[in-house]
Design a protein around this ligand. Structure first.
Ligand code: NAD
Length: 512
């Protein structure tokens, strides 16, 4: 019945069995080989999308460059109006788009809707921002001089996105980039090409209604090779890439080789520290949701729980008991907590991690396994697992994109912080405590080294109002709220002399 429903969803979003994967804001084209999108929910084919050829890519670049000439001089609040309309159309299509996200990626329908809501929220944020692209004025040391800084658009922003947030991450980038006066080219994950086409289709409606020039929002389709065209292209001054650390190291290097800018949003290895006076109920909810939500496929998923030895057994028992209640199955069915992994490769990585943790001396206290039989035909459904492990294990140091949780003990607070920070990644972190002292220590310069540090909420998820991103191998980029917009613009310092003299800075004399 989901499938019948899904045909409806596809119709509403303007998707067919075979789709073209390239657009500059009007029609779709594309003559490269097709990518087939199949759902991890039931293993069925949803549709196909044609990839972008090199020639078509060049055409997209030329169109985007041309559009930038117009877009960059349009008043920012007018660009904000276009973003407002995009937010409106997302409201209108929230249900079908949310459902397609759920079906193509495998997250729950609620999370699919949540992802579209996040797109709407960032559009609202960007609309307000379109009147707040503030620069400073600065007092000059010279008489009758004025100094100021201005923020100008950069040009083409290339966006490379991951499968697990197939639409929200694009909107975090585009909504800001558009109000900043940039034009965007999106290469979505080859695992979720249809949701991307649907988003571009909605943009094309807004573009048509407003008679926008082609090239403001573009989409190209393909795997890493198509992504590489952008990372190596000096026509693209900024590449914002979300995905694995492995990808980020390549993308960061390629863009740096031509001294371009990049925003890198890479893997996490997020932990919750549970202190002696932590609220047990809140700890359990935060941990379990963080570990099994989206089947452990969030960059902010909880991977490690660092528990004080005095309460270790109590916390462990509560978490294990909660795992007993989890129902695994079709994510479009609201009664299920855990949906499928994205594909068979992800299942293999999950199995490998479970073997590896035991090999390294860990102990499985909630056994994993791949589910078979009715409802699990796609072969992508796995049981969330828990292992007692040590932080230095190679597998614990590594992000496995699956519902595997590692438990470990600590004695002193300093040790807990050292364990929390003792991984290559630095995205999200949390502490459960009622001690003001511990909470502040955790947030201090000597505390968590992550881009996100939470007190009494878990590691998973974030609001769009804050800057989102992480340190160390997570890549250092920031997207979404706060002043993340500045990365999408170039800063210009102006000095304006309104005197009849030409005094030099630093009191230097130069008489002729
Ligand atoms: P992935 O690295 O396999 O792919 C991500 C994207 O990069 C895809 O579009 C892919 O085609 C592209 N790509 C890969 N190699 C490339 C190259 N050499 N040049 C250009 N493009 C290239 O990641 P995935 O499996 O889709 O996503 C899961 C990963 O993403 C996890 O590690 C997760 O933590 C991370 N992630 C991070 C954030 C964040 O904000 N920090 C958000 C979501 C996901």
């Amino acid at each position: 019945s989901n499938i019948l429903h899904m045909q409806d969803v596809l119709n509403k979003l303007g998707l067919q069995a075979e789709n073209k994967g390239t657009s500059t804001g009007k029609n779709f084209f594309g003559s490269g080989d097709s990518i087939t999108s199949w759902s991890p929910v039931d293993g069925k084919t949803i549709g196909s999308v044609s990839t972008t050829t090199r020639e078509e890519y060049e055409k997209v670049i030329a169109t985007a460059k041309e559009a930038f000439q117009t877009w960059r001089v349009m008043p920012a609040p007018q660009r904000g109006e276009i973003v407002r309309q995009y937010g409106e159309i997302l409201r209108e299509y929230k249900e079908p788009l949310g459902k397609l996200v759920s079906y193509e990626m495998g997250k729950s329908y609620q999370e699919g809707l949540g992802e579209v809501q996040e797109m709407i929220d960032i559009c609202d944020f960007a609309v307000g921002l379109s009147r707040q692209l503030y620069g400073l004025t600065i007092k000059s040391e010279r008489p009758a001089h004025h100094m100021q800084e201005q923020w100008h658009p950069l040009g083409i922003v290339g966006i490379i996105s991951a499968f697990n947030f197939p639409v929200a991450v694009w909107s975090w980038n585009t909504a800001l980039a558009w109000v900043c006066g940039d034009v965007t080219i999106w290469k979505a994950s080859e695992k979720t090409p249809l949701t991307a086409i649907a988003c571009q289709n909605l943009f094309n409606k807004v573009a048509e209604a407003n008679n926008l020039p082609e090239g403001i929002s573009c989409i190209i389709t393909g795997d890493y090779k198509v992504g590489e065209w952008m990372t190596q292209d000096k026509n693209v001054p900024l590449v914002s890439a979300t995905g694995s650390i492995r990808m980020g190291k390549i993308v960061g290097t390629e863009v740096a080789k031509r001294l371009g800018k990049s925003i890198l949003e890479l893997g996490g290895n997020n932990s919750i520290i549970v202190t002696p006076d932590a609220d047990l109920r809140m700890t359990t909810i935060g941990t379990v949701f963080g570990a099994v939500g989206t089947a452990g496929q969030r960059c902010t998923s909880t991977r490690r729980v660092i528990i004080h030895e005095s309460i270790y057994d109590k916390v462990k028992d509560a978490i294990v008991k909660a795992y007993d209640q989890l129902s695994i199955g079709n994510p479009l069915d609201e009664k299920n907590h855990v949906g499928p992994l994205i594909d068979q490769d992800a299942v293999k990585a999950y199995q490998h991690a479970l073997e590896k943790v035991v090999e390294e001396g860990g102990k499985l206290i909630v056994e994993g396994g791949v589910l078979e039989g009715e409802g699990y035909e796609s072969g992508c459904y796995v049981k969330p697992a828990i292992a007692e492990a040590e932080n230095h294990f190679e597998i614990v140091q590594h992000e496995t994109f699956a519902p595997i949780l590692y438990l470990m003990k600590y004695k002193t607070f300093e040790e807990a912080i050292a364990l929390q920070n003792g991984v290559p990644q630095g995205l999200s972190s949390a502490i459960m405590t009622n001690s003001m002292r511990e909470a502040h220590q955790f947030l201090s310069a000597a505390g968590s080294d992550c881009g996100i540090a939470n007190v009494n909420i878990g590691t998973s998820g974030a609001e769009i109002g804050g800057a989102f991103g992480g340190e160390k191998e997570t890549g250092g980029g920031r997207e979404s709220g706060s002043d993340a917009w500045k990365a999408y613009m170039r800063r210009q310092t102006n000095t304006l002399n309104y005197s009849t003299d030409l005094p030099l800075a630093q009191g230097i004399k130069f008489d002729i």
